[in-house]
Design a protein around this ligand. Structure first.
Ligand code: GDP
Length: 692
């Protein structure tokens, strides 16, 4: 018989994880009693340990679901709070402290909560039992207890004392049974007294005659009867005796009860009265087993219905597609790696080259602007030079040192720019941007945790690689810092390319000028402001101060915009002029490179690009393409615990529902199978006991 209860308690635990449904549970014994009725003492006598919260002001605020597991072969007893993951607790005073803390954690405003505390106790000295300790009924509301507390406790108890649970109604012998809150509550839900066990505590406080009559109560007759107990641990001769194990306490109580009940003939075996904690335990075991067995069928049916529902949902919503957190992660990772492979096949040397050339084109424009096209545009107070340096450019002659120095220093400005660092970081950020794009287009976009793991994988690889690669690339381009030879073919290509670059730049400047014109309020306004600025620059007008507060009837803001307009107009002029020059016959020949710095610098940029793209393709791209998928595996694969994978998969609400359905279905199938074998076991036992 023992096996049966044990198994049913296990199943009860499993069913708790399936979810809250009144029908999806096996019965338990619910302990009710008013404050000070001796409820804690009875529970502690059954467990053999003091473990329940005590104290004058200690009202139990949460139900305690107490599962006792008989474990004959363990040396030390221990308790476990499955939800808290604290491990085995062998010190029962720690269990008591934990329960106190959990109680106090319920805010006073809430009074009580129906969220139960689960506690399992494993011991060779406890029977297999499932008990629920409820907050004690309050008789008289104390000054510091809200009236609401009384109602809430009543409500909570009401919820738990429903059928098929067994009610353990505790009443003290020294209080009139008609006033017992526990019995009154029980009578409301179990008027025929079919599933209530009455416990009369403190039998030692009334005379035996009265005690015996209480146990024979006919006013509220209980089919399962009344049990009389004396649960107070007697004063021990040596307190140490009780610290060695609960068997001592259990024995001490038993000895005490035997002495008391044995000394009064009212309780002799002939009386057929049920007395003593030992009998109470036996009764509880027996009744729980009977009740559980009786509800096996209905619970099985409820589970079958629930399972049918889950199976239907699985079929209709998820097409019977199996899933686990692990398989979901593996699949998502594969898809992501596949898209990464697709990207890596498209992003190669040619794409790197394009990126780099564009970047260097901009650098060429900067150098040209600084060294050739520079006119003091920005400063209103600086007069224009006598001769425009740009107008000298077409006359630039190789014999004149100044043109040679200008071109040499310009190309040095390019080669010494730090191309190694610049090119590496341009390509690395492009790769990072691509990874971000791939993530956004993948399933991982709904998973903050994976998103971060992938981003970190790529940034860390790129950071590590970039460090050495910038230096090595810098060494590769070193020769160009000393000498640059451009052949005819390269010259022609440079001339072609820079023509495009200049045209694009021209478009950008014209576009910006147009926008400025709109902001300033039209062509005419711009013209007036620019004319004024020109007069200042040519010295025809002398500004007072530096024009900060406005001048010539124009506001400071307008003057500032005017300066930008002048700058853009001049830049447009220069670009047009240089486009004509680059297209001219002179610039067709590389011998005239001093006239045509644009072409020469473009050719230099092209050489730098060729070196860099070759190197970055070999070093950065291919290494990144090799390392990244492996890094993904290590960050999102083996190194993750089951909990982490689970947390990951559940981040996506769709997947969470899918996983829940699958889990629920599996769990219900498992429970149902266990229930089936239990019913067979039960049937066999019945046959066995009836057959003798
Ligand atoms: P609870 O508030 O219902 O949990 O009641 P307790 O178990 O804390 O008991 C209330 C008081 O009654 C305590 O002081 C116990 O020592 C005392 N008590 C409990 N059971 C007995 C008993 O069988 N006999 C006597 N004399 N006192 C008891």
């Amino acid at each position: 018989m023992m096996m049966l209860t044990r198994k049913m308690i296990e199943i009860r635990g499993l069913l708790q994880t399936v979810g809250q449904s009144d029908q999806l549970t096996l019965p338990s014994i619910v302990v009710i009693g008013s404050q000070s009725s001796g409820k804690s003492s009875v529970l502690e006598a059954i467990v053999g340990h003091e473990f329940l919260p005590k104290g004058t002001n200690m009202v139990t605020r949460r139900p305690i679901e107490l599962t006792l597991v008989n474990t004959p072969d363990i040396h030390s007893e221990y308790g476990e709070f499955p939800a808290l993951k604290m491990g085995k607790i062998t010190d029962f005073s720690q269990i008591q402290r934990t329960l106190t803390d959990l109680n106090l954690a319920v805010p006073a405003s809430e009074c009580v909560t129906d969220d139960p505390i689960q506690l399992r106790i494993y011991s060779p000295n406890v029977p297999d039992l499932s008990l629920i300790d409820l907050p004690g009924y309050i008789q008289v509301v104390g000054r510091d207890q809200p009236m609401e507390l009384k109602h809430k406790i009543n409500e909570l108890c009401e919820k738990y004392i429903k059928a098929p649970n067994v009610i353990l109604a505790i009443s003290a012998a020294d209080v009139d049974l008609a006033n017992s809150t526990a019995l009154r509550a029980s009578r409301r839900v179990d008027p025929r007294g079919e599933r209530t066990i009455g416990v009369i505590t403190k039998m030692d406080l009334v005379d035996p005659e009265r005690g015996a009559s209480l146990l024979n109560d006919q006013k509220y007759a209980l089919r399962l009867g009344y049990v009389g107990v004396v649960c107070r641990v007697p004063n021990a001769p040596s307190p140490k005796l009780f610290n060695r194990g609960n068997e001592n306490i259990i024995n001490a109580i038993a000895r005490n009860e035997n002495a008391y009940f044995g000394s009064h003939p009212e309780f002799s075996p002939d009386s057929h009265l049920d007395v003593g904690t030992q009998n109470l335990r036996k009764k509880l075991m027996h009744v729980l087993e009977q009740t559980m067995a009786a509800s096996l069928k209905t619970t099985s049916e409820a589970i079958s219905r629930e399972l049918a529902e889950a199976t239907y949902e699985y079929k209709v919503q998820y097409n019977e597609r199996p899933i686990s957190a692990e398989s979901y992660l593996a699949e998502s990772l594969d898809t992501f790696k596949h898209s990464f492979r697709g990207f890596s096949e498209q992003f190669g040397r040619a794409q790197v080259r394009e990126l780099l050339k564009h970047e260097l084109d901009q650098q060429v424009l900067n150098v040209l602007a600084q060294r050739y096209w520079n006119r003091p545009f920005d400063d209103l107070s600086t007069p224009l030079p006598e001769t425009d340096p740009l107008s000298d450019l077409p006359k630039a002659a190789p014999e004149n040192e100044i043109w040679k120095i200008k071109l040499d220093s310009s190309s040095a400005a390019l080669t010494k720019l730090g191309v190694g660092r610049l090119a590496t970081s341009v390509v690395a950020s492009a790769l990072q941007a691509q990874i971000d794009r791939l993530i956004s287009n993948s399933r991982f976009s709904a998973h903050p945790f994976a998103r971060q793991a992938i981003t970190e994988a790529s940034t860390s690889i790129l950071r590590d690689l970039s460090y050495d690669i910038s230096d090595e690339l810098e060494i590769c381009i070193k020769p160009y810092k000393y000498r640059i030879e451009v052949d005819d073919h390269e010259w022609t290509r440079g001339r072609d390319n820079v023509t495009h670059v200049l045209k694009d730049e021209l478009k950008v400047c014209e576009g910006a000028a147009k926008k400025l014109e709109e902001q300033m309020g039209g062509k005419k306004k711009v013209k007036d402001v620019m004319a004024f600025i020109d007069r200042v620059r040519s010295g025809q007008v002398v500004l007072e101060g530096d024009g900060v507060g406005g001048a010539g009837g124009f506001s400071a803001a307008l003057l500032q915009k005017g300066r930008e307009a002048v700058f853009l107009r001049d830049r447009v002029d220069v670009l047009k002029m240089r486009l004509v020059a680059v297209k001219s016959k002179q610039c067709a020949n590389k011998k005239n490179k001093y006239y045509c710095p644009e072409v020469f610098l473009d050719a230099v940029a092209d050489k730098l690009t060729t070196t860099a793209d070759l190197f970055l393709d070999a070093e950065l791209l291919s290494k990144f393409y090799y390392l990244f998928p492996r890094e993904l595996d290590s960050r999102l694969g083996r190194s993750l615990s089951h909990q982490e994978v689970e947390r990951f998969a559940r981040e996506d609400p769709k997947i969470r529902r899918h996983l829940d359905v699958v889990r629920r279905k599996e769990l219900l199938e498992h429970v149902l199978k266990e229930m089936e074998s239990l019913r067979q076991l039960e049937a066999r036992e019945k046959r066995y006991s009836s057959g003798g």
